[in-house]
Design a protein around this ligand. Structure first.
Ligand code: PBG
Length: 336
């Protein structure tokens, strides 16, 4: 994207930039970026038990049981949100150190994929490849003697991805940050006849404190032993993000993601400019919690900060945004 030419100094009073801001229709005409419903991906939390459970640290977000999921996605369908990302809360009794439940073809995620596909064949379904919902320590990989095992984890991620593809998942999103997982998953999917299942790589995923409320939602925070700094990226780094993205694209990623969102707009810009590949931003749980908490106090205007925070991703170069605010943003865009 090219920046507008800077007007030479001294051009005032002939040049007055405020002229183009005089009225709403002019502002609309000259707007450089626009948020569309087509840009939105809605992350949705699911649980095995019927009913819905409110997530305390994410006001307005609920974990949905099988009896509620399809109805809850109705508005997203009506508003034409292109895709949802499903995140499971797994019964603690099913969690193990190797996260084996992740590869069970009849686990909560696979059951949900089948029911959503049956109800809404045209809605895109995205699922993580990562062990954290299934791992008893809340880690994304297999933990042994205090270390996360890379290659053993990649193997189980391939089986998890295959199970999800077989259930009807359209996009596998490896969110684990193991080395080599995109290529391994691509090879496995291709070998099993799933050439068209896409890979959205969490390519530049930082070891961030902004994921706290998400871990509450999927029930992994209480158990989390230590942090994820041996596999997620150091928030200090930019060049490393470009290397991560380069590798994932070379290994066959169709789309890449930067995560978290708002504190990492510089990374989105750098990735988009360097590769030009479909680039997504994840406005994560902690960003949602911040904005909603301030809005609930009356300190911020909810409707305006929601739209402004999402537009910022477009300006930074993102092609799309994973956001818990997708339904309210889509409703507002549609209303005009
Ligand atoms: C799991 C995963 C996380 C998120 C998405 N997938 C958390 C983590 O890495 O601990 C975070 C999303 C959010 O905070 O909204 N690999």
């Amino acid at each position: 994207m090219k920046r507008e030419k800077i007007t030479p100094p001294g051009a005032y009073p002939a040049v007055r930039l405020r002229r183009n801001r005089v009225d709403a229709w002019t502002r609309r005409l000259v707007a450089e970026n626009r948020l569309s419903v087509d840009d939105l991906i809605w992350p949705v939390f699911i649980q095995a038990e019927n009913g819905a459970v409110a997530i305390e640290s994410m006001p307005g977000v609920e974990r949905l049981g099988p009896d509620r999921l399809i109805d809850a996605l109705g508005p997203a369908m009506d508003l034409k949100i292109p895709a949802v990302a499903l995140f499971p809360y797994i019964d603690p009794a099913l969690k193990t150190p190797d996260g084996a439940e992740a590869v069970n073809p009849d686990n909560l995620v696979c059951r949900a994929i089948r029911s959503v596909k049956a109800a809404y064949p045209d809605l895109g379904i995205i699922c993580d490849a990562a062990l954290d919902p299934f791992n008893s320590q809340g880690h994304d990989g297999i933990l042994r003697d205090g270390a996360i095992l890379n290659d053993e984890t990649v193997e189980i991620l391939c089986r998890q991805s295959l199970a999800q593809a077989q259930a009807g998942c359209d996009i596998i999103a490896p969110s684990d940050m193991m080395d080599g997982r995109v290529g391994a998953i691509r090879t496995e999917l291709d070998a099993q006849g799933f050439q068209d299942v896409r890979i959205l790589s969490y390519a530049a995923k930082y070891a961030s404190a902004f994921y706290g409320p998400f871990r509450d939602a999927i029930g992994s925070s209480a158990a989390l032993a230590g942090d994820k700094k041996t596999y997620q990226m150091d928030p200090a780094n930019v060049q490393e993000a470009l290397r991560e993205v380069a590798l994932d694209l070379a290994e066959g990623a169709d789309m890449v993601m930067v995560k978290p969102g708002m504190p990492y707009l510089d990374i989105i810009r750098a990735v988009k400019e360097a590769f030009g590949a479909p680039t997504f931003a994840y406005q994560v749980s902690g960003e949602y919690a911040m904005l909603k908490a301030a809005a609930a106090q009356g300190w911020l205007d909810n409707d305006r900060v929601v739209m402004e925070s999402l537009l910022a991703f477009k300006r930074a170069g993102a092609d799309g945004i994973l956001t818990y605010m997708a339904p309210e943003a889509a409703a507002r865009i549609t209303a005009g």
